[in-house]
Design a protein around this ligand. Structure first.
Ligand code: FAI
Length: 510
């Protein structure tokens, strides 16, 4: 192995002391001189291990409430000197600077502090200056120094020093330097994004340090990767690796079910990012059966999601279906055992966490970013525009249908009745096509559309849709409004005893 270096000295300055003890003990066993800062020094002392306070090196106290403690030429000289450079070696001796072979740092938790809703002052104090400088210096000088910049790397570092009795190869030092720049660049990205949260600077900085190579992309001949923290959102209880397409379906399912999070038991079945079945009932079991009835053909190989714990009765029904993924806030233990009966079936327990506030997607040679569509239509926000008002039941169905519409590919028309999705037209190039697709589909699965409601993701440019809907039995319509020909649709509804409400909010989804 090339250019092995034996560790003789280490500088340790960590915010979290978790996991540090075995490393300190091992370094001590190997006779390494340990330098350290305030809290870390106390931690090491408490282990009964000798440690040199960094103040002894700098001959300077920690000042400004800890804002300046390692920022000193004697510390940075000890890290940045080139051991094979005569001038550097002479300067080290002239200024009595100790050589430092290892730097171990755990930065102030900036992101966690922001996420906790702390005050601006607390957040600013959590911008680590000394630690990030130590990391950058040690990583730059990987020719002579090894930099351990994350608790995640402690185990590997411990193995390295244990295996070779404190001797570390240049390959390992360089690999750890790469990890260190990953840590430092991610940290700075988080700080920039905090300062730029209103996008005053039209700059996009994304740092996703947790990535996963997927088996393939959308098709087997395409490579695919997921960059994100899947484990923050889910506990995977069972099943095969999630594919690129599974992840897209899971994303669609989660966003859709968030609309019904606090409602009565609701079950949805999705295929290719659109709901093909969705129902809300007094029991989850019935909600599942009625969601499945929406389109039992498309449900095959679908992604299933519920807003309540999956019980045994529901699991027994699900178990009869071939499906890719089942997502729920929890699974009763007997239900889980049963569902685990299919080796590949993916079971995900979803955590109670917020989804990102922005959507990002590739566009041409760049990316498009927009705010998440966070408007959910409510009964209170509706404007009756026809002589006939919707009944209470219809009002509830209108909101129910509108929530599904919001999460279905445009152009879309959703038909619903008694809190059950009857059918939808999805991703059509005209609204009339979407409606006709929905009516045809509802007929295939024997839905009686008399008394059903219609939701449209955008306004009706002509009165053709309300006319077709009325002839199919639809009695109430929800749509954003805003067409210069709105009045033609309203006139038709008034002449034909159809109720129409307007939301003022378009829900395109491309
Ligand atoms: N100011 C400095 O010179 C400085 N040097 C190291 N730190 C940080 O201080 C923390 C450790 O402090 P302590 O050992 O006192 O618990 C680490 O997170 C380290 O990244 C510093 N603090 C922030 O910038």
């Amino acid at each position: 192995m090339s250019n092995e270096k034996t560790i003789k000295s280490a500088l340790i300055s960590v915010f979290s002391k978790d996991g540090l003890a075995p490393i300190v003990k091992k370094l001590n066993e190997q006779g390494v001189t340990i330098y350290s800062t305030g809290g870390t020094e106390k931690f090491i002392n408490d282990l009964g291990i000798d440690v040199v306070p960094v103040e002894e090196v700098t001959s300077y106290p920690s000042i400004l409430g800890g804002r300046v403690k390692t920022l000193h030429p004697k510390v940075f000289g000890g890290i940045l000197n080139r051991q094979n450079h005569e001038g550097d070696v002479a300067e080290l001796a002239a200024y009595n600077i100790p050589q430092i072979d290892v730097v171990i740092v755990d930065l102030y938790p900036f992101e966690k502090t922001v996420a906790s809703g702390a005050s601006e002052q607390d957040i600013i104090e959590k911008i680590d200056i000394g630690g990030i400088s130590l990391i950058r210096a040690a990583a730059k000088n990987f020719a002579d120094v090894i930099c351990v910049s994350s608790v995640d790397d402690y185990a590997e570092f411990l193995e390295l020093i244990s295996e070779n009795n404190g001797s570390i190869s240049e390959e390992s030092r360089k690999r750890f330097a790469g990890k260190a720049f990953n840590v430092s660049s991610h940290y700075d990205t988080a700080i920039f994004n905090y300062f730029n949260k209103n996008h005053d600077e039209a700059v996009l900085k994304i740092s996703e340090p947790k990535g996963k190579v997927l088996r393939y992309g959308e098709n087997p001949h395409q490579r695919g990767f997921f960059f994100g923290d899947f484990d923050e959102l889910f506990t995977k209880l069972h099943g095969k690796e999630l594919s690129y397409n599974n992840l897209l379906d899971v994303d669609a399912a989660v966003n859709l079910m968030l609309e019904f999070k606090n409602d009565a038991p609701t079950f949805a079945i999705l295929k290719h990012n659109n709901a093909c079945g969705l129902a809300q009932r007094d029991t989850l079991h019935q909600a599942y059966l009625d969601a499945l009835a929406g389109d039992p053909v498309s449900a095959f190989g679908g992604v299933l999601i519920s807003n309540k714990e999956i019980d045994l009765a529901t699991a027994e029904e699900i178990h009869k279906l071939f499906c890719e993924v089942v997502i729920a806030p929890s699974f009763a233990s007997d239900a889980l055992e049963l569902l685990k009966g299919k080796k590949n079936r993916i079971l995900l327990e979803i955590h109670d966490v917020e989804m990102p506030k922005t959507n990002v997607r590739s566009c041409l040679n760049g990316v498009l970013v927009q705010d998440r569509n966070n408007i959910t239509d409510t009964i209170e926000g509706l404007k009756n525009v026809t002589d006939t008002n919707p009944t209470d039941n219809e009002l509830e169905d209108l909101i129910f249908a509108s929530k599904i519409c919001k999460h279905t590919k445009s152009n879309t028309i959703v038909l619903a009745k008694n809190k059950q999705l009857c059918a939808s037209g999805t991703g059509q190039t005209s609204r009339v096509d979407a409606l006709e697709q929905a009516i045809h589909k509802a007929g295939t699965f024997k839905f009686d559309l008399n008394g059903a409601v219609m939701a449209s993701d955008a306004f009706f440019p002509f009165p053709d849709c309300v006319e077709i809907a009325k002839n199919a039995g639809i009695t109430a319509v929800i749509q954003p409004g805003g067409s210069i020909k709105d009045q033609l649709s309203i006139d038709y509804c008034n002449a034909n005893n159809v109720a129409m409400v307007m939301t003022g909010t378009r829900h395109f989804k491309h």
